[in-house]
Design a protein. Structure first.
Lengths: 198, 421
C-alpha cells in the first residue's frame, strides 16, 4: 500500500510501487483528466503537478511520490465551479480535440502559480515541452494570458485590465485574428540593451 | 639619521615601483586602429565568404555570440566564469554596436592578440589563445564572412567583474604569462590530415577551451592538454588517453559523433557539446574528418576498459528508483528512438565526475527548438536529493563499473540550483 495525496485528499493505492502515476490516477482513482499520449515522457498530455512542479505522470513511478502533493486538472475546479484557468480556456475555446489540454493547463498552472505576471515569452517557453496536433497554440496562449488576468483580479473584466498589468506583455485577450495578434505582440527586432561595452 | 636612511630607501623603492608601473604600461598599451569604412560585400569573393562560413561553424562562433532568443552573432550572451560574468560581444558588422568599422588588421589583431579595434585587451573568454594559430587565409575568410552578415544593432551589456579584474590592462599580464602568439606549426612526424586536424582542433575549433583543465588564473594547463575540464556547469570529458568512455573511441566514431551529435556506442552530445556538433554538421566534412583523426590519435589506442569496481554495494533505494523510473527506457530492449542508450555505454556513468549524470537526470534532454535530437524527461520535480544520490551511486556502480564518485552530494546541491523546475 502506498499513500498518495491527490488534490488534497489521501488515497491508499494497491498498485505496485513501480506503477506510473498516470495509471493509478486513471485506473484506480478514476481521475481521467491526465491523458496517455506517448507513454515515453515526450508529449506532455499526462502532465500533473507534484509539489507545484509540472511532472510527466506516465514516467513517474508512484514509489517516488509518497508524501508529495499531487494536483491534477480535477483539482483546479469542477464543471459547476471552474477555476480561473479552466474558465479562461472555456472563454477562449482553446480546445479542439482537447487531448493535450489538461497537460497544457497543468503546465500553465505551474507557471502562473510561480509567476502571475509571466510574459508572453515565458508562457511560450513554459509550454514548449507539450505537443498539440490540432494547432490551437494561439488560442492556448490567449487562454493562459486570460487566466493570468482572471487570477490577478477576480471580477475585473479582462479587457479593461490589460494595459495596467505592469511588467508584462499581456495584450487585451480579444484582439484581431491569431496571426495579426501574434505579430503585434512579437518584440521589435532590434535588441535594446542598456549600455555599450566592448 | 635612521629616518634619513628610511626615507632614502622609501624613495628608491618608489622609483623602482614607478619604473615598473611605467614599464608595464608601456608593455600593456595598445593603440587604437582607426575606424575604417565598412568594406562592400562585393569586395569579397563568394568562395572566401563560404570558407569563412565553414570556419565560423568549426569555431562555434554563433553559440557564444548569440543571446538566448537573440539575433545570431549579435552577442549579449552572459558567460559565467569563476571570475564573474562576461557578456559576448556583437560581431555583426553594425557600425555603432558591432564590428562594422573594424578593418581586417583590427579583426586579425583581435583573433591573434586579443586586442579590440580601440586597443583594449579582451578577456580570454574569447579564445584568442587558440585563434592565434589561424593562418592568414583563414582569418581573411572569417573576416569576409563576418563583414557580409546582416548588421544588427545590439549593445553589449556591461561585464560583472570585481576590481581589479574589470581593469583590462591587467590582461596584458595574463597574456605575458599564458598567451603564446603565432600561427600553427606543422608537425613533420605526422601526415597532412593529422596536421590539418591539429590546426583546426587547437585553433579555430578551440576544443581545449572546455576539454583542457584550467589553472587558478583561468589559463589552460598545457601539460594536461585535453585531460578534461569544465564548461557551464558540465564536465567536459577527457579526450586524451585519460578518456573514461566505456567503449574506446576511434576516428570513425568521433567523426560521426561530431557531425551528428550522436553515436550508437557513445550516445548523445548534450550540454555545451550539443551546439558544437550542430555547428559541425554544417562544416566541411573533410575538416571534421581531420579533427576526428587528430583527436583519435591524441586519445590513442587502449584496450577495452575493464570494470574496475568490485561488487556493487547494497543500494536498495538506487536500484528501486532505477528499476521504476529509468529501466523502461534504458534497459536496452526498446529500439531507438523509443528507448534510451544503454547506460553501460554512457560516459555519464563511467566519466570522471557525477556532474553530467546528475544534470541529465534532473533536467532531461531537450533538443533545441526546431531541431531533431534525443529527448529525455527530467526528474527534478519528483526525485528527492536522497533518491537522486542513491540513483546516481547505483548507476555508477552497476553501469559505470568504476569506483564510487566522491562528489555526488555536492554535485547534486550545485545542480539543483540550476534546474529548479
Amino acid at each position: 500500500m502506498i499513500e498518495l495525496k491527490v488534490n488534497g485528499r489521501s488515497h491508499n493505492v494497491s498498485a505496485d510501487p513501480d506503477t506510473p502515476l498516470l495509471y493509478v490516477l486513471r485506473d484506480e482513482l478514476q481521475l481521467n483528466a491526465a491523458k496517455f499520449g506517448c507513454g515515453l515522457g515526450q508529449c506532455g498530455s499526462c502532465t500533473v503537478l507534484v509539489d507545484g512542479a509540472p511532472t510527466l505522470s506516465c514516467v513517474t513511478p508512484i514509489m517516488l511520490l509518497e508524501g508529495r502533493q499531487i494536483t491534477t486538472l480535477e483539482g483546479l475546479g469542477s464543471l459547476e465551479d471552474p477555476g480561473p484557468l479552466q474558465q479562461a480556456f472555456i472563454e477562449e475555446q482553446a480546445a479542439q480535440c482537447g487531448y493535450c489540454i489538461p497537460g497544457m493547463m497543468m503546465r500553465a498552472q505551474a507557471l502562473l502559480q510561480r509567476n502571475p505576471h509571466a510574459s508572453d515569452a515565458e508562457i511560450r517557453a513554459q509550454l514548449e515541452p507539450n505537443l498539440c496536433r490540432c494547432g490551437t497554440h494561439m488560442r492556448i496562449l490567449r487562454a493562459v494570458r486570460r487566466a493570468a488576468t482572471l487570477m490577478a483580479g477576480p471580477g475585473t473584466p479582462p479587457a479593461t485590465r490589460a494595459p495596467s498589468t505592469a511588467g508584462t506583455q499581456l495584450d487585451a485577450p480579444d484582439t484581431d485574428n491569431d496571426a495579426q495578434g501574434d505579430a503585434r505582440r512579437r518584440p521589435a527586432r532590434t535588441d535594446k540593451r542598456e549600455r555599450p561595452e566592448r | 639619521m635612521k629616518t634619513v636612511v628610511t626615507r632614502r630607501v622609501v624613495t628608491r623603492l618608489l622609483w623602482v615601483l614607478g619604473f615598473a608601473v611605467a614599464g608595464f604600461l608601456l608593455y600593456a598599451w595598445r593603440s587604437a586602429i582607426p575606424p575604417a569604412d565598412p568594406p562592400s560585400a562585393d569586395s569579397f569573393d563568394a568562395d572566401t565568404i563560404r570558407r569563412g562560413a565553414q570556419l565560423a561553424a568549426l569555431g562555434d562562433c554563433a553559440t557564444c555570440h548569440t543571446a538566448p532568443g537573440g539575433e545570431t552573432f549579435a552577442g549579449g550572451r552572459p558567460l559565467s566564469t569563476p571570475f564573474g560574468t562576461i557578456y559576448s560581444t556583437n560581431i555583426t558588422p553594425d557600425l555603432s554596436t558591432g564590428i562594422g568599422r573594424w578593418s581586417r588588421p583590427a579583426f586579425e589583431r583581435a583573433l591573434r592578440e586579443g586586442v579590440d579595434r580601440e586597443g583594449e585587451h579582451l578577456y580570454p573568454a574569447f579564445p584568442y589563445d587558440h585563434f592565434t594559430l589561424l593562418n592568414d587565409a583563414d582569418s581573411a575568410a572569417l573576416y569576409a564572412f563576418m563583414m557580409t552578415r546582416q548588421p544588427v544593432q545590439a549593445r553589449t551589456p556591461d561585464n560583472h567583474l570585481a576590481f581589479p579584474l574589470n581593469m583590462r590592462l591587467i590582461l596584458a599580464g595574463w597574456k605575458l604569462l599564458f598567451l603564446r602568439e603565432g600561427p600553427y606549426e606543422s608537425d613533420p612526424t605526422h601526415d597532412e590530415q593529422w596536421n590539418r586536424g591539429a590546426y583546426l582542433a587547437n585553433g579555430i575549433g578551440h576544443c581545449g577551451a572546455c576539454h583542457t583543465p584550467r589553472n587558478s588564473l583561468g589559463a589552460e594547463i598545457g601539460a594536461r592538454h585535453f585531460a578534461g575540464g569544465e564548461a557551464e556547469g558540465w564536465y567536459a570529458y577527457a579526450i586524451n588517453s585519460d578518456s573514461q568512455s566505456s567503449e574506446a573511441w576511434n576516428a570513425d566514431a568521433l567523426h560521426a559523433f561530431l557531425r551528428k551529435g550522436w553515436h550508437e556506442q557513445h550516445g548523445d552530445a548534450h550540454g555545451p557539446m550539443a551546439p558544437v556538433s550542430r555547428n559541425l554538421s554544417s562544416a566541411t566534412d573533410s575538416d571534421v574528418q581531420a579533427i576526428a583523426v587528430y583527436v583519435a590519435s591524441v586519445m590513442g589506442k587502449r584496450p577495452q576498459a575493464k570494470p574496475t569496481a568490485g561488487d556493487p554495494p547494497n543500494n536498495d533505494t538506487g536500484a528501486a528508483v532505477y528499476t521504476t523510473a529509468c529501466a523502461s527506457c534504458h534497459d536496452g530492449t526498446k529500439p531507438l528512438p523509443f528507448g534510451g542508450v544503454k547506460l553501460t555505454l554512457s560516459t555519464a556513468a563511467s566519466g570522471e565526475t557525477a556532474t553530467n549524470l546528475i544534470n541529465v537526470v534532473l533536467d532531461g534532454l531537450h533538443p533545441p527548438e526546431g531541431t531533431a535530437g534525443a529527448i529525455m524527461p527530467g526528474f527534478s520535480s519528483t526525485l528527492t536529493d536522497g533518491q537522486l544520490e542513491s540513483l546516481v551511486s547505483y548507476i555508477r556502480a552497476n553501469f559505470g563499473a568504476k569506483p564510487p564518485w566522491t562528489d555526488v552530494e555536492s554535485s547534486v546541491r550545485e545542480a539543483r540550483s540550476r534546474f529548479s523546475d
